[in-house]
Design a protein around this ligand. Structure first.
Ligand code: AKB
Length: 314
């Protein structure tokens, strides 16, 4: 049966592809896209769109009641690099928007909520390789602190009020349909654009900086699978670790050179380097595998081929 869904932050990197995937699944008219400003043509023309400020509870409630929304995906957030520049704005956006949707669910106005967490919940004292689901978490960025706090609140609302909230700790996401903005992992998207345009790229992370990453199709599949899983199977109500691939800028450049042999890379680490250094290099997602059969499909070379083909066809 079609589920009436609201995506808040639908014009961002994940929101755009999530909206299109959910429209495909549930029918265009059943998936309401919303964002603080208008987005891409494909998103605006394929179904309902509302301009919506994620920090305005009343505005969200009005849309939920008007369209009889059952499920909300809250994708609006300020990412790691931007939030270091505007700490209070980052905190306010990331926390107030989460409380708004959790409270809507608590008051039974919607029945299910998806909220994205991030590998940024981990910090320098966390085990760096195969980071476990449950471990030391001492994030050192504003974004990481907001995501870790958000996880605690999600679990609290589940335990205390029975709110059906589900979440994934996304790694860096790579896609060609919409650019990311303000993240530390953004280099892994920019590099493909520059490889095609200029044949070279200057990475803002050092050559040996390994981070957990994932191709967008896998991330969308993970998100919809988690939301479709029977609630009884879920053992984590804070946020699920999600693995995928782990690579350095040097390894990614080597993958691109298999397709574009003349591609050149150099390195000029900036303020984002210490953020990346504080995060894990790879993630253990065995709990997600166990609870909802999670398995990623894309390795680094399959991702490179798909990215280049996608960008060339635009
Ligand atoms: C960022 O770099 O801030 C995000 C993330 C890892 O959550 N892509």
């Amino acid at each position: 049966m079609a589920i009436k869904t609201l995506i808040i932050g639908a014009c961002g990197q994940i929101g755009t592809e999530l909206t299109l995937a959910l429209r495909e699944k549930h029918g265009n008219e059943n998936v309401i896209a919303s964002d603080i400003r208008e987005g891409s043509k494909s998103l605006m023309s394929s179904g309902p769109f509302e301009v919506l400020d994620a920090t305005n509870y009343k505005a969200i409630e009005d849309i939920v009641l008007h369209y009889e929304v059952e499920e909300v995906y809250l994708m609006a957030a300020m990412l790691s690099a931007t939030a270091e520049k505007f700490p209070m704005r980052g905190w306010e956006l990331n926390m107030n928007s989460l409380f708004n949707v959790l409270n809507l669910a608590k008051d039974k106005k919607v029945s299910k909520v998806f909220w994205p967490s991030s590998i940024a919940v981990f910090g320098p004292s966390t085990p760096k390789f195969d980071t476990p689901q449950t471990t030391v978490m001492e994030p050192t960025t504003v974004y990481g602190i907001s995501k870790q706090t958000g996880e605690r609140w999600c679990e609290y609302y589940f335990n205390k009020y029975g709110v059906d909230v589900r979440s994934i700790r996304y790694p860096g996401l790579i896609s060609y349909k919409t650019m990311p903005g303000g993240g530390t992992t953004d280099y892994a998207v920019e590099i493909y654009h520059e490889a095609l345009k200029e044949g070279k790229y200057t990475s803002f992370l050092s050559e040996e900086t390994a981070l957990p990453m994932m191709f967008m199709d896998d991330a969308i599949k993970a998100t919809t699978s988690l939301m479709e899983t029977n609630a009884d199977n879920l053992t984590i109500r804070s946020s699920y670790n999600l693995g995928g691939i782990s690579f350095t800028p040097k390894k990614l450049a080597a993958s691109i050179q298999k397709e574009i042999p003349d591609f050149k890379i150099d390195y000029a680490p900036d303020f984002r380097q210490p953020i990346a250094d504080s995060w894990p290099s790879s993630i253990d997602d065995s709990q997600a595998q166990k609870d909802w059969n999670w398995k990623h499909e894309y390795d680094i070379d399959k991702m490179t081929k798909t990215m280049l083909a996608g960008l060339r066809s635009e």
